[in-house]
Design a binder for this molecule. Structure first.
Ligand code: B12
Length: 277
C-alpha cells in the first residue's frame, strides 16, 4: 500500500527522491495540494485524489470521467466535497451580492464559482463535473468518493466519512491530464463494521412515506430523510447547523434569506426538488 497524504497522494518530497525519470505523480501532488488550499477557505474542505481508472471500472460507460488534454486513460481524478464548513463561506458569498439569492440553485452556482476560480490557472489541462449535473454529464459521485477512499457507500444510501459521518456533501469531480497516484486504490474507509444498520429502519420509513419514483420525494417528508442521517452514529458532532440542514432538505429560500440576514432559521416550506447534500 503506497504512503498517502490526507489528499490521497504520496508527499512530493518522497516521490522526488525515488523517481528516476520525470514522474508526473509529483505534478499530481502539487496540483491536488494547490486545489485543496484554494478550496478550503470557500468551505470545500474535502479533497481526495485517485486514479480515474479506479472509478471508471466501477461504473457504466456513460458515467465515466472525461479525458481532458491528451485523452489518456490513466489520469488524475479528484473528488471535492464539503462538511458543515461549507455553510458560512456560502452565506458570505451570498452576502457579498444578495442578488445571488434571486437566481435558482444558489448552492450549485456557488460550487461552480468556487471550483472554477480554484482551477483558473491550473498547471495542467483539466475538466470538471459537478454533482448536480444531469446525464449525460452525471458523475456517480458517491462511487467516486468510495473509490477515492474518502467516504464509504453505506446501506443508508449516503456516503459516510470516517470523521464527518454522513454530514458531507459531494460537490465535484475534477480530472487532470497528468499521471495518477500509483499503487492500488486505498479502498473505501470502514464505516459500518460495528453498526447493525441503524439507518435501515429510518430509510424504510422515509421510502415508504415518500417513494423516490414520485415527485418531490424529499422535501415533503424531510424530517424522515433527516432521520436517516441522524441514525448514523459516526460524526454526530459534525451535524449540519439547523439552517443548513433545513435549507438542503426543504430548499426553502426563506430559510436561506434569514440565514443570510442574521443566521436565524425559521420553519421552512417548499422545494425546488434539487439535491444539494
Ligand atoms: C438523483 C439523486 C437523488 C434522488 C435519488 C433518485 C434515484 N435513486 O433514482 C433523490 C431525489 C431521491 C435523492 C434524495 C436525496 N439525496 Co441525492 N442525489 C442524487 C444525485 C444527484 C444523482 C444520483 C445518481 O444518479 N447517481 C448516478 C448512479 C449511476 O450512481 P449510483 O451510485 O448508482 O447512484 C445511486 C445513489 O446515489 C442512489 N441515491 C442517492 N440518493 C438516494 C436517495 C434514495 C432515497 C435512494 C433510494 C437512492 C438514492 O440513487 C442513485 C441512482 O440509483 C446525487 C449526486 C451524484 N451526482 O451522484 C445526489 C446525492 C447522492 N444525494 C445526496 C443527498 C444528501 C440526498 C438527500 C439527503 C437530499 C438532500 N437534499 O440533502 C436525499 C435523501 C437521501 C437519503 N438517503 O437520506 C448526496 C449524498 C451525500 C452523501 N453523504 O452521500 C448527493 C451525493 C448529492 C450531494 N450534493 O452531496 N437524491
Amino acid at each position: 500500500m503506497p504512503t498517502r497524504t490526507r489528499h490521497g497522494l504520496r508527499p512530493a518530497s518522497r516521490v522526488a527522491k525515488v523517481r528516476a525519470v520525470p514522474d508526473a505523480s509529483a505534478d499530481a501532488t502539487a496540483l491536488v495540494d494547490a486545489l485543496a488550499v484554494r478550496l478550503a477557505p470557500a468551505g470545500f474542505d474535502l479533497v481526495r485524489a485517485l486514479d480515474a481508472r479506479w472509478y471508471d471500472a466501477a461504473v457504466a460507460p456513460e458515467y465515466r470521467l472525461p479525458r481532458p488534454g491528451s485523452g489518456r486513460e490513466a489520469r488524475l481524478a479528484v473528488v471535492v466535497g464539503s462538511s458543515r464548513a461549507f455553510w458560512e463561506p456560502f452565506l458570505a458569498w451570498l452576502r457579498d451580492d444578495p442578488t445571488r439569492l434571486d437566481a435558482p440553485d444558489p448552492i450549485d452556482r456557488y460550487a461552480v464559482a468556487a471550483v472554477t476560480a480554484a482551477l483558473a490557472d491550473a498547471a495542467a489541462p483539466c475538466a470538471v463535473r459537478f454533482s448536480f449535473e444531469p446525464p449525460p454529464r452525471r458523475v456517480a459521485i458517491q462511487r467516486l468518493a468510495d473509490a477515492a477512499g474518502l467516504a464509504a457507500r453505506t446501506p443508508s444510501m449516503l456516503c459516510v466519512h470516517p470523521t464527518f459521518g454522513p454530514w458531507i456533501a459531494l460537490r465535484a469531480a475534477v480530472v487532470f491530464d497528468v499521471a495518477p497516484p500509483d499503487g492500488p486504490g486505498a479502498g473505501p474507509p470502514r464505516a459500518c463494521d460495528d453498526c447493525a444498520e441503524r439507518c435501515a429502519a429510518a430509510l424504510a420509513r422515509a421510502r415508504d412515506a415518500a417513494p423516490i419514483d414520485r415527485g418531490d420525494p424529499v422535501a415533503s417528508h424531510w424530517r424522515l430523510w433527516l432521520a436517516v442521517r441522524d441514525a448514523c452514529p459516526i460524526g454526530r458532532q459534525h451535524r449540519y447547523p439547523e439552517a443548513y440542514l433545513r435549507y438542503v432538505y426543504t430548499k426553502d429560500l426563506g430559510v436561506l434569506r434569514a440565514a443570510v440576514a442574521d443566521g436565524a432559521a425559521p420553519a421552512g416550506r417548499g422545494s425546488t426538488g434539487a439535491c444539494d447534500g
